[in-house]
Design a binder for this molecule. Structure first.
Ligand code: PHE
Ligand code: NA
Length: 520
């Protein structure tokens, strides 16, 4: 009944596409400031804990969910989760849980990408500025340059639309000719740029202050400090693992749906994780942290979100060959972001394709327009309010880009572990070179992973309450009344998108599996 589904062209293409999906701004922009903000050495312990206890097991679940769903012609999460939940639940309850999962994935791919596309636009703008020397003039601080960048509609909108048009064009060409082709080109270049930058960073010495040096920066991250471990750093670490591995987003499942039924998911999961972690802790960790430390010292390293766009241009001004290294850095960020955003984009195009029968080319144009609409407030906020707080962006990121990922991950692992049960293990091991042993399945997927995730989620909720995120006027905008409507608007948008996502998923499941739903 199903028309021929698209498939990956080659093993290497698939791995690079998956690496492109995972390796993103999360590795180079988000990881360093999360590590810095959470005490460096104290962050890496829960980070590796989360990698093993949550990341790896969930990655196997997502590849399995995706390949299985693909066999039935699905590339979206609602029906994928339904197919496995119905193995252990009555069809109605299965459909409801699956629709919640579908709603979350829809919200993530639509709303996280709505700000992520802006970040990609900034990286492109800054890459161009590096080449033209746009931030080299020391008369103006790099902080002011950044603020005037995000408050300048010509810059913000031009590079954002260029980035979006590039994504539209790539997705339009399909899985092999578009997604895979771009990954095969951009990912190797990204690793080469990353290695050049890392070597440069590690050979910096102590150019700004004899007490600071690139190697002291490394020491800051790689010196495990158990005494400063706390719940905050553990939560941040779990959140980072989800974000960086693209877990709880639906986009790993979507890419896995283009596998052939016997394609290995175990080796591929491990390869994807390895490539992502290499880019994150080896490259990201040896570029950003040593440079920041060598030039800005221990305080500069916690510059946070602004590290890439404010602190770094400052460094490139004084570094020998700074313009070239600046260009390499921002193009690296651009490639990283682009190959991740393609995955979110493709998820939504697949949704239109499968559920509304809209063909890929047209779908890509509709999604382009949708991203323009949902991304508009992100771009407009700084321009209209003359602030640089990015409150709308922050609200969407706090809920959809962090919290929902964990909830969706928990739903996925529970469905696989407790409803699909042993069948899931059989599925994971189909075509696998290295078979996952049943003790691993029982101990992790049916035990440690869901329990740990539940605990993490409980404490995340508590942290969110304490941080005032649940309040009508969240604490982080209290002092800036002009931003309050932007946060409220973000909440309305999130709610509506979740509602539409739920109804759409339910309808899609009902259309395909209506008979069993009625009998159940
Ligand atoms: N894993 C991606 C990253 O590290 C997460 C992501 C994918 C974010 C797609 C946005 C869009 O950046
Ligand atoms: Na990543």
């Amino acid at each position: 009944e199903q028309q021929q589904r698209e498939e990956w062209g080659s093993k290497i293409g698939l791995i690079l596409a998956m690496a492109g999906n995972a390796v993103g701004l999360g590795n180079f922009w988000r990881f360093p400031y999360q590590a810095a903000k959470n005490g460096g050495g104290a962050f890496m312990i829960p980070y590796f804990g989360a990698l093993i206890l949550l990341g790896l097991p969930l990655m196997l679940c997502e590849w399995q969910l995706g390949r299985y769903g693909g066999k039935y012609g699905h590339g979206t999460l609602g029906p994928m989760v339904y197919l496995q939940a119905r193995e252990g639940l009555n069809p109605k309850s299965a459909a409801i849980i699956a629709s919640i999962a579908g709603a979350f994935a829809f919200a993530v791919t639509l709303l996280v990408n709505s700000y992520y596309n802006h970040l990609i636009g900034w990286t492109l703008g800054y890459a161009v500025m590096s080449v033209t020397g746009g931030y080299m003039d020391t008369a103006k601080g790099t902080g002011d340059i950044f603020v005037s960048y995000i408050q300048n509609p010509a810059q913000v909108f031009t590079f954002w639309v260029i980035a979006l048009a590039g994504l539209a064009w790539a997705v339009m060409r399909g899985v092999q000719e578009g997604i895979e082709a771009w990954a095969k080109l951009m990912m190797p270049v990204l690793y080469v740029f990353g290695i050049i930058l890392a070597v440069r960073a590690l050979t910096l010495g102590a150019p700004a202050n004899p007490d600071w040096s690139a190697l002291k920066g490394l020491n800051f991250v790689w010196n495990p400090d158990f005494s400063t471990l706390n719940w905050g750093s553990a939560l941040a670490a779990a959140g980072q693992i989800f974000f960086t591995m693209s877990l709880g987003m639906g986009i790993v499942c979507n890419y896995a749906s283009y596998l052939k039924p016997e394609d290995d998911v175990v080796v591929s999961s491990v390869a994807m994780i390895s490539l992502n972690e290499f880019a994150e802790i080896v490259l990201g960790g040896s570029i950003v942290i040593p440079i920041a430390y060598a030039f800005l010292g221990p305080d500069g390293i916690s510059a946070g979100v602004g590290l890439s766009f404010i602190a770094f241009p400052n460094v490139f001004r004084v570094m020998a060959g700074g313009q070239i290294f600046g260009a390499l850095w921002f193009f690296l960020l651009f490639f990283a972001g682009f190959t991740s955003a393609i995955a979110m984009y493709n998820y939504l195009v697949a949704l239109l394709e499968e559920d509304l029968g809209i063909e890929r080319k047209k779908g890509a144009i509709y999604i382009f327009l949708a991203y323009i609409v949902v991304g508009l407030p992100v771009g407009l906020e700084s321009i209209l309010t003359k602030t640089a707080d990015l409150a709308y962006f922050t609200e969407v990121d706090n809920w959809v880009g962090s919290y929902l990922l964990l909830v969706l991950g928990l739903i996925e692992v529970c469905v696989v572990a407790f409803f699909m049960k042993e069948k899931a293990l059989t599925e994971i091991n189909k075509g696998a070179l290295w078979r996952v042993p049943s003790w691993f399945f029982n101990l992790f997927i049916r035990g440690i992973t869901p329990v740990t995730l539940t605990i993490v989620l409980f404490f995340s909720t508590k942290t969110y309450i304490d941080a005032g995120y649940f309040r009508i006027v969240p604490s982080f905008v209290e002092q800036t009344p002009v931003l309050v409507p932007w946060v409220q608007a973000a909440r309305v948008v999130i709610f509506l998108v979740l509602l539409v996502g739920f109804l759409q998923s339910y309808k899609s499941i009902k259309t395909k599996y209506g008979k069993e739903l009625e009998s159940g």
